[in-house]
Design a protein around this ligand. Structure first.
Ligand code: GLU
Length: 285
C-alpha cells in the first residue's frame, strides 16, 4: 500500500503584513510538502472580523508569490465556512460538553479574586468554571433575558468521553496530551461564532492536512486540538512545531514589526534570495 500523500498548510491571519517569521513558517509547510511530493495549502484565518483587513489578505498572496512559493487553489477562507464550525459545535453540544458562559472578563477576575487562587494555563488564569454549574433553568432565564454568552468546552467531561491519545511532533518527539491545559476554553462567541481552536481543528481535518507545521508558540494549543479531534472523531495529524525567528535582542517578531515586513525588505531593494538568506534558507523555492 502506498503511504498517504503529505498535505501541509500555512494559515496566516490577515491582521498585519507578513514578516520574516511568517516567511520562515510558510517555508516549513511548503518544503515539507515538496520533500514528500505532497500538497501545500494556504488558509486565510480571518474569523476575527475586528482585526482582519482585506488589504492584508491581498498582501499575503502577493508577498508569498514574490518569495517564490506556490500553493494549491482554492484558498480556504475561514469566514466563508462558518456553517462547518457551527456543525462541529453542534456535534460537541450533542455530546454534552458545551455550556454557555455569561461571565464578563470583570466577573471572571472577581471570581478568581474571591476564590483566592486559580490554576494558570499558557494564556493566564484558567476560567474558574462559574457557569458550568448553572442549571438548565438558570441558563434559559439568562438567555431569555438577552444576556450575552460565550460557549465553553467542559474539558473534564470531554476528556472522560473521549480521552485523546498523544501526538507525534517531528521535532519534540512523542507527546502526551494534557486535555485540561487551557481549562474550559471558549469555542464560540456571539460576535464570532467559532474560535481559533475550533476552526483550526475543523479546517485541518476537512482539508485533509496530514502534517501541521507551525511555530512553537502554538505548541500548547495542540493539547486542545487533540481533545477536540478525539471528540469529533478526527484522526490526529502529525505535527512539526518549528523554532521562532527572533530579532537581534532574541525577542519574537511581532506582527507590527514593519522593519522585518517582507514588503519593507522588498522596498529596500532586497531580492527574494536576500530575504530567505535572512532566515537561513538557501535551498530556494
Ligand atoms: N492563524 C494562526 C496565526 O496566524 C496560525 C494557526 C495555525 O497554524 O494553527 O498565528
Amino acid at each position: 500500500m502506498s503511504s498517504p500523500t503529505t498535505v501541509t498548510r500555512f494559515a496566516p491571519s490577515p491582521t498585519g503584513f507578513l514578516h520574516l517569521g511568517h516567511a520562515f513558517s510558510a517555508y516549513q509547510g511548503w518544503s515539507a510538502a515538496r520533500v514528500a511530493g505532497g500538497r501545500f495549502l494556504l488558509r486565510i484565518e480571518d474569523i476575527d472580523e475586528g482585526r482582519c483587513r482585506p488589504q492584508f489578505e491581498d498582501a499575503i498572496f502577493e508577498d508569498l508569490a514574490w518569495l517564490g512559493l506556490s500553493w494549491e487553489q482554492p484558498v480556504r477562507r475561514q469566514s466563508r465556512h462558518l456553517p462547518d464550525y457551527r456543525d462541529a459545535l453542534g456535534q460537541l453540544d450533542a455530546l454534552g460538553v458545551v455550556y454557555p458562559c455569561f461571565c464578563t472578563r470583570k466577573a471572571i477576575r472577581e471570581e478568581v479574586a474571591r476564590i483566592g487562587h486559580a490554576p494558570h494555563g499558557p494564556d493566564g488564569v484558567l476560567y474558574p468554571g462559574t457557569c458550568r454549574a448553572l442549571t438548565p433553568v438558570q441558563r434559559a432565564r439568562r438567555t431569555a433575558a438577552g444576556q450575552a454568552y460565550a460557549l465553553r468546552l467542559d474539558w473534564a467531561r470531554a476528556a472522560r468521553i473521549a480521552a485523546p491519545a498523544g501526538w507525534h511532533d517531528d521535532i519534540a518527539g512523542e507527546q502526551a496530551t494534557d486535555p485540561g491545559l487551557f481549562g474550559d476554553v471558549v469555542l464560540a462567541r456571539r460576535d464570532t461564532p467559532t474560535s481559533y481552536h475550533l476552526s483550526v481543528t475543523v479546517d485541518d481535518h476537512l482539508q485533509g492536512v496530514t502534517l501541521v507545521t507551525r511555530g512553537q508558540d502554538l505548541f500548547a494549543s495542540t493539547h486542545v486540538h487533540r481533545l477536540l479531534q478525539a471528540l469529533l472523531g478526527y484522526p490526529a495529524p502529525r505535527y512539526r512545531h518549528h523554532r521562532l525567528i527572533t530579532d537581534d535582542a532574541g525577542q519574537r517578531l511581532a506582527k507590527r514589526s514593519d522593519a522585518v515586513a517582507i514588503r519593507h525588505l522588498r522596498a529596500q531593494g532586497m531580492t527574494p534570495q536576500d530575504v530567505w538568506a535572512l532566515v537561513g534558507i538557501t535551498d530556494l523555492p
